[in-house]
Design a protein around this ligand. Structure first.
Ligand SMILES: Cc1cc2nc3c(=O)[nH]c(=O)nc-3n(C[C@H](O)[C@H](O)[C@H](O)COP(=O)(O)OP(=O)(O)OC[C@H]3O[C@@H](n4cnc5c(N)ncnc54)[C@H](O)[C@@H]3O)c2cc1C
Ligand code: FES
Length: 270
């Protein structure tokens, strides 16, 4: 339960109200994690919040978090400068099912900040590319300004072994990509629904529509995984703050197989 101390090494603006922090653990300690897991970050004197890992799991000497400033704690975290301390507990929670995906096509559907928790999964899938079938990332952002990790996305797009499709809800004339919601990309993407695994992350309403579209093209409920968010305090299954029906999001999630939680989606507090 006691936070370790990390320090901000670098801070990058990644979109409106979004910053990516690179942290190093005090004493050059490593912080290993599995894609999909999260840390509890403390802004000293303000509070503690859950934030997903967004870095490369193969580089555990750098802890990376992409944070949208929405309230007191996230605002304090995004205002930290290089050298400032951050409290860190974790990693916590379940991971994206990368090993189960071996030999299958993998389709990732991300909405908005939902790309951040999927980024470590994509790093690992690309690092072990030969183990998987087709890899597809479908990413929807509100507007071109809100597209995260732009430079990295351009680099991924240059590879011939991963299909990356971007769409935005609204755009002016300087955008020549897709316009529309991310679910419209699912039908056109190249994957075999009969042997695919889908990883979905974004606002809950977006995930509900994405899951419906994935089910429509033939992916089974057992082939779909999603990342859930609920308010948290302890992050270790003691306090009950993150209760989600019969499960705790901190301990049993945040990554759930869809058939385990389908009856609970869309219900705010249960
Ligand atoms: C497992 C997990 C992973 C997360 N990963 C990230 C991440 O990678 N990057 C990131 O920016 N945020 C992430 N969040 C959300 C983040 O924890 C909240 O935005 C944060 O707790 C808000 O705290 P605050 O004090 O800044 O604002 P508050 O004043 O607590 O909240 C501001 C607004 O955000 C809403 N809110 C607070 N917590 C949540 C939540 N968990 N889910 C949905 N709405 C919430 C509140 O209802 C309120 O409207 C994650 C949450 C969870 C549970
Ligand atoms: S946050 Fe305390 S039980 Fe999940």
């Amino acid at each position: 339960m006691l936070p370790r101390i990390a320090r901000v090494r670098r801070r990058r603006h990644d979109g409106p109200q979004v910053w990516t922090l690179e942290l190093e653990m005090e004493g050059n300690a490593f912080s290993c994690f599995a894609p999909g897991q999260f840390n509890m970050l403390t802004a000293f004197g303000v509070g503690e919040v859950p934030i997903s890992h967004s870095g490369n799991p193969a580089a555990p000497d750098t802890v990376v978090h992409t944070i949208r400033s929405v309230g007191p704690v996230t605002t304090a975290l995004t205002e930290l400068a290089p050298g400032d301390p951050v409290g860190l507990r974790g990693p916590f929670g379940s991971a994206w099912p990368i090993d189960e995906a071996a030999g299958r096509d993998v389709v990732m559907v991300a909405g908005g900040l939902g790309l951040a928790p999927l980024r470590p999964a994509l790093h690992r899938l690309l690092a072990e590319r030969e183990r998987f079938g087709n890899l597809v990332l479908l990413y929807g952002a509100r507007s071109p300004d809100n597209v995260l990790f732009r430079r990295e996305i351009e680099n991924w797009r240059r590879r011939l072994d991963v299909e990356i499709e971007l769409t935005v809800d609204h755009a002016l004339t300087d955008w020549n990509g897709h316009v529309g919601v991310v679910t419209t990309l699912i039908r056109r993407a190249k994957f075999d629904p009969g042997q695919s695994i889908a990883l979905v992350c974004g606002p809950e309403v977006m995930m509900r529509f994405a899951i419906a579209a994935l089910r429509d093209v033939g992916i089974s409920a057992k082939g779909i995984y999603l990342s859930m968010e609920r308010n948290m305090k302890c992050a270790v299954g003691f306090c009950g703050h993150c209760q989600f029906g019969p499960v705790f999001v901190c301990r049993d999630g945040p990554i759930f197989r869809y058939d385990r939680v389908r009856g609970l989606l869309g219900i705010k507090e249960i």
